[in-house]
Design a protein around this ligand. Structure first.
Ligand code: FEO
Ligand code: CA
Ligand code: CA
Ligand code: CA
Length: 678
């Protein structure tokens, strides 16, 4: 280990660590689209509420849960609420306490905090090596799914993402130093200690761990052959239209068919054939480029020198590992050799994808499914499948002014033969939310609508080129720039698709659109839509806003007919900010997770539950200090709910001064053995 560590501290400027790294100027194209809507906006202008009167007045009730689909008066007046049969608990008050707060009658257990050995040993040592981390639960838990074994609700594989790391909490050599979340220590010759880099890489990725519910009701890690870590070093296959293209050829894979590792895995999804999908969200910041800066780096924000003569700074400076080993230097994406097959200029192009992992095949190679597009994937949600119909899934690009996408497979689904190959051919669409409450899915297909060599703004040479540059293709199609699309969820009762739009501090008063009507959008909102004819593969839809987050003054509570500008504001039972994680359970409870700071009046980040039929909304859980609640899954019997607590900042969960605050999973159950939420 270098002895020079203390001499030189680089504070890597990654802001809030999991805030989006890429921002951009508004494309002039958007401005003109927005201008075209201005005539309409003159009528709607004013508060978000006034804009929403517009949607409601345009007969949108047809797409709204709880409505009978015609223009008749809904059964309940706007703002009126009937008691929900779904939500049987008393709302948990706002709290700043450093603990998990739940409704009366519920218990919880902390499970698999960062550093838990996959053989079940929970002992924690800060001195743990990079190699040891490869067999331990990773850091910063995020998206998650419980895969039952033989349908069991007491035995299954818990699969979860590890979004990022905080080096200040990971390395013995960093103890006692006042470091920001992403800061790393460099030696005097600007190198990083190899083992620190290795430990950070191995704390990324995905954990597969078998857990079993014991007789005392508590869950335990089961040492098992299924247990597995996928990390920032695991070999991955590229599949779909980008595989083999010149844009992904590297020194490691001169044929452009594989890469190493997955990064910044935020939300997740589960396929209809029971595999796990991990999203690659803020991956761009891990690289640097100090030379020619191609569009496939620029539009995603791969760091380059801020001033001439300076070096570029990566999120954790992994490319500066002192050994100069290939697995580390690949994070320098500068074109330094004669051809792409001799350097790592294309390495960033092998990130930004959805990654499929089969948790039931520990030897399987994870696959990056390129047909689903390259962007800051927050997660993915699959529509319910129908025999003989295409597979459809939705994914948001969580950066300010980015878009919501949908993938529709070319081949149709049959349960007996379905596999990940269905995700290799199909159409990627991007959403346009029209002012009148209608919406369109715009195809991102090479050769269609100007996505080809003749395009004056951004020429495309192939479908691989379109997909590697998904954001640019979406810009050209006139997609609607959103307020940071995070998780999507689908109501099993009616197929309505919900997306959280977490917030957008940079949305100006004058660049709002009807689907993102607040500028700045400090607290976020939830949008939803119904596909035309109830077909998820449809190319048009009708949308409305489900709720506006905020305090009791500026919020908008959901009702049986969706957001009602004349309706109620949120109350002490349900104020929230920055909705992020979301899932709709089999009974249509909408679980909504916060990712905001611990601020007044919202308290620590919480999880709320909505009844989309009545509009009732209650706070179910408040997390400890400094964290966000994210990731959600239930056992098939709905008797155990799993959520993750990411980046806690107090004493939780160990309350031991010698152990740093650790991200962890929390298992929650009802003491009477009932369904969670009732
Ligand atoms: Fe990783 Fe968009 O939250
Ligand atoms: Ca996060
Ligand atoms: Ca998130
Ligand atoms: Ca977030």
């Amino acid at each position: 280990m270098s002895t020079d560590l203390q001499r030189h501290v680089i504070m890597v400027d990654n802001g809030d660590a999991d805030e989006p790294l890429s921002t951009r100027e508004m494309n002039p194209l958007f401005s003109s689209i927005l201008e075209a809507r201005l005539g309409r906006r003159q009528i709607l202008k004013g508060s978000a509420g006034a804009a929403a009167i517009g949607f409601m007045g345009l007969g949108l009730a047809g797409c709204i849960s709880g409505s009978d689909g015609d223009d008749d008066e809904p059964e309940l007046a706007p703002g009126e609420e009937q008691p929900s049969a779904l939500l049987g608990f008393d709302a948990v008050p706002v709290s700043f306490e450093d603990k998990i707060s739940l409704p009366e009658g519920y218990s919880h257990q902390v499970l698999i905090p960062w550093g838990t050995s996959l053989d079940g040993d929970t002992g924690f040592r800060i001195e743990s090596t990079g190699e040891e981390q490869a067999d331990q639960v990773g850091s910063h838990h995020d998206g998650m799914h419980f895969f039952p074994i033989d349908g069991s609700s007491e035995d299954g594989l818990l699969v979860l993402n590890h979004e990022y790391v905080e080096p200040r909490l990971m390395h013995a050599a960093y103890a006692g130093k006042d470091l920001s979340s992403g800061a790393v220590l460099l030696s005097s010759d600007e190198k990083r200690v190899d083992d620190e880099v290795l430990k950070e890489m191995n704390a990324h990725g995905v954990t597969v761990v078998r857990i079993i519910r014991g007789v005392n009701g508590e869950w335990q890690v089961q040492p098992d052959g299924y247990n597995r870590r996928v990390t920032a070093l695991t070999e991955m296959k590229l599949s779909g239209p980008v595989a083999g293209s010149d844009l992904v050829k590297t020194k490691y894979s001169p044929t452009g068919t594989k890469t190493r590792g997955t990064l910044n895995n935020c939300g997740s999804g589960v396929t209809p054939w029971n595999t796990y999908m991990a999203a690659e969200e803020n991956w761009a910041g891990y690289f640097v480029n100090e030379g020619t800066y191609p569009r496939e780096h620029e539009r995603y924000g791969v760091p380059r020198p801020k001033k001439e003569g300076e070096r570029a700074s990566g999120k954790y400076e992994w490319h500066l590992a002192e050994s100069g080993n290939d697995e580390y230097v690949r994070f320098n994406a500068t074109a330094s050799e004669a051809t792409a097959q001799e350097d790592y200029r294309n390495e960033p192009n092998t990130f930004g994808w959805m990654v499929e992992i089969d948790p039931f095949d520990p030897e399987s190679t994870p696959v990056k499914r390129t047909a689903m597009g390259r962007f800051g994937h927050e997660g993915v949600v699959f529509a319910p499948v129908v025999e003989g119909q295409p597979v459809v899934c939705y994914s948001g690009d969580d950066s300010r002014f980015e878009y919501i996408y949908k993938f529709v497979s070319r081949d149709t689904y049959y349960q007996t033969s379905a596999s990940g190959e269905l995700l290799d051919n199909g159409t990627l669409y991007v959403a346009r939310f029209n002012a009148d409450g209608s919406g369109e899915w715009l195809p991102l297909v090479y050769g269609q609508n100007g996505l080809d060599e003749s395009n004056e703004k951004h020429a495309f040479a192939s479908q691989a080129d379109v997909l590697v540059n998904t954001r640019l293709a979406a810009d050209l199609m006139g997609a609607t720039p959103m307020d940071r699309p995070e998780w999507g969820a689908i109501d099993p009762a009616n197929g309505d698709v919900y997306f959280t739009l977490t917030n957008n501090s940079q949305r100006g008063e004058d660049d709002t659109n009807e689907a993102n009507p607040r500028g700045p959008n400090t607290h976020g909102h939830i949008i939803r839509w119904a596909e035309a004819g109830g077909e998820h593969a449809a190319t048009s839809f009708e949308w409305d806003i489900f709720l506006f987050a905020g305090d009791s003054g500026e919020s908008g509570k959901p009702t049986s007919i969706g957001y009602d500008p004349n309706g109620e504001k949120l109350t002490a039972d349900n104020i929230l900010s920055s909705p992020d994680g979301m899932w709709i359970d089999p009974d249509s409870r909408v679980w909504i997770q916060m990712d905001s700071g611990d601020t007044d009046p919202f308290g620590n980040c919480a999880m709320l539950v909505a009844d989309p039929t009545t509009g009732e909304l209650k706070r179910f859980l408040v997390g400890p200090v400094g964290q966000e609640i994210t990731g959600i899954s239930m056992t098939p019997d709905q008797r155990t709910l799993f959520i993750n607590v990411q980046h806690p900042g107090g004493e939780w969960p160990d309350y031991d001064p010698s152990v740093p605050p650790r991200s962890a999973t929390v298992a929650i159950w009802k003491d009477d053995g009932g369904i969670v939420g009732t």
